[in-house]
Design a binder for this molecule. Structure first.
Ligand code: URA
Length: 499
């Protein structure tokens, strides 16, 4: 690349925030349009100007025929990742590559022996690794005195908070959370991400009740016979340990591992225990309301009536007022619900929320639950794909659902989808035929079924999805509080005659 003469005019360019692709791209474009060579540029980060800065590149003459070249997409992707690195030279490095692309070396990125390409790839790799570690090692702690609010403290090596935040928003969509880091913070209120300045470690809660639970769990699943310290340190480098409650246990677990393996070796063989007990400790009798909803919830947490409990994270029990007038019953928790422990927290729940909000129905007045309380899924690599529950799963869970109905005693039940409808109204129920029809249960509770919001989301194109959504919302509209008597006490009662 020809070098400009040593006395060539210098120009400065500012990138703020310094990890932003847009900010870098706009600055780089100004320089490129003016034909300013890489060696003439001082790249500056952030917003603080100094009297010693060279004049801004915008002061450089703009040729009459200036035009911006098109830039290959893989370069922009590489630039977006590299910019998150803390290395100050990355801004100049990327401009050097851009300059070369614009001046006849369009496929420079496909030359892995090129020094600039090698350096940019190494920076991007470090950012990707840091991103992966942040996704794996962020641990939320409950905010004392608040429900469903969590804060995590993390110290990433690079500027990756904006890059990683959407992952946590998808993963923990139904929680309110913040991730604090020394350089930047991100907040999720259940709807939108907001970014703010960095914070201090003391701003995050030190420990919460889940911590000792998590440590107990970790200690119980730690298998000393499979310990491979080299692999463990590669996957979980020691500098991340300060973020991980389980790391406090590791020195002791590692120290004792050899003795424990020897002890396992010496112990006489035992007959294998059944993993799935025949019955859970206590099963509620259908329809009985002998004890409270809370007691039922606690019993359900230990349910082993079908194999779904094992790969699931937890039981997702119903949520809402114990005296709600309306109970909404879905199929089963999805990925988000399985992780956060609350029904209808993921995409289907968000569509339900949208319909309720448009109808003026306050979700907080409803009792939301599912026909099946564990997430039935199949693992494909890192992804957990939803699987429809089988009838044996629905049957195994029925005592819990009936127990909830018997305790809440809703006046109206709305079933979302065929699984919930046949669990409540019987195996003869057909959604295509019976959608929207009032049914009366043995105890006098009345209810109807509509489609599941996940089905609405699965509609092939926008027009079909909007139409399916409109009909779904119309089905829910009959729950609207529209008579003065019911106002303030949840949605209205259904008309008496069956339709
Ligand atoms: N789908 C359901 O049926 N229930 C949930 O809780 C979430 C998705």
């Amino acid at each position: 690349m020809p070098r400009p003469p040593p006395d060539a005019q210098r120009w400065s360019l500012r990138v703020d925030p310094p990890w932003s692709l847009e900010a870098w791209r706009d600055a780089a474009r100004e320089a490129l349009l003016r034909g300013v060579a890489p060696a003439q540029l001082d790249w500056l980060e952030g917003s603080e100007a100094s009297l010693l800065d060279a004049p801004s590149v915008q002061g450089a003459p703009l040729p009459a025929d200036a035009s911006a070249p098109s830039v290959p997409r893989d370069f922009m992707e590489l630039a977006a990742t590299c910019l998150c690195h803390r290395e100050p030279q990355r801004l100049a490095l990327l401009y050097r590559l851009l300059w070369r692309i614009a001046h006849g070396e369009r496929s420079v990125l496909s030359n892995p022996a090129d020094a600039d390409v090698l350096r940019a790839m190494a920076l991007a790799q470090a950012v990707r690794r840091d991103t992966h570690k942040m996704k794996a090692f962020v641990r939320f702690r409950e905010v004392p005195g608040q429900t469903d609010a969590f804060i995590a403290w993390f110290e990433p090596d690079h500027h990756i908070v904006e890059r990683v935040a959407p992952f946590f928003a998808r993963r923990f969509a139904g929680m309110r959370w913040a991730i604090l880091t020394p350089g930047r913070s991100v907040y999720w209120d259940g709807e939108a991400l907001a970014f703010g300045p960095g914070a201090r470690r003391e701003d995050a809660p030190a420990e919460d009740a889940r911590e000792s639970l998590w440590q107990t769990y970790y200690a119980s699943i730690f298998n000393p016979a499979r310990l491979n310290t080299r692999m463990m340190l590669q996957e979980m480098p020691a500098r991340y340990w300060r973020h991980l409650p389980e790391a406090q246990l590791l020195p002791g677990l590692v120290r004792d591992a050899a003795d424990r393996v020897q002890e396992m070796h010496d112990r006489p063989a035992q007959a294998p225990q059944r993993k799935i007990p025949q019955r859970p400790a206590v099963l509620p009798s259908p329809g009985s309301s002998a004890d409270s909803l809370e007691a039922l919830r606690a019993q359900a947490a230990g349910c082993r009536q079908c194999p779904l409990w094992e790969p699931a994270t937890q039981v997702v029990f119903g949520q809402g007022p114990a005296d709600a007038r309306v109970m909404v019953i879905g199929e089963q928790p999805g990925d988000t619900e399985d992780l956060c422990g609350r029904p209808f927290a993921g995409p289907a729940g968000q569509l339900l929320d949208r319909a309720l909000a448009e109808l003026g129905i306050d979700r907080a007045t409803l009792y939301l639950t599912n026909a099946v309380k564990h997430f039935h899924h199949e693992r494909r690599g890192k992804v957990r794909l939803h699987k429809r529950p089988e009838s044996r799963h629905v049957r195994a869970c029925q005592p819990w659902l009936l127990g909830e109905i018997a305790r809440v005693r809703p006046q109206v039940i709305v079933c979302l989808g065929a699984t919930a409808a046949s669990s409540v109204f019987g195996a003869g129920f057909q959604l295509s035929r019976d959608r929207g029809r009032w049914h009366t249960l043995e105890d006098g509770t009345r209810g109807y079924a509509t489609v599941h919001p996940a089905w609405v989301l699965r509609q092939g194109d926008d027009a079909r999805r909007e139409e399916a959504y409109r009909l779904f919302r119309d089905d829910l509209a009959r729950l609207r509080v529209d008579d003065a008597e019911s106002a303030g006490r949840g949605p209205a009662l259904p008309p008496t005659p069956d339709r």
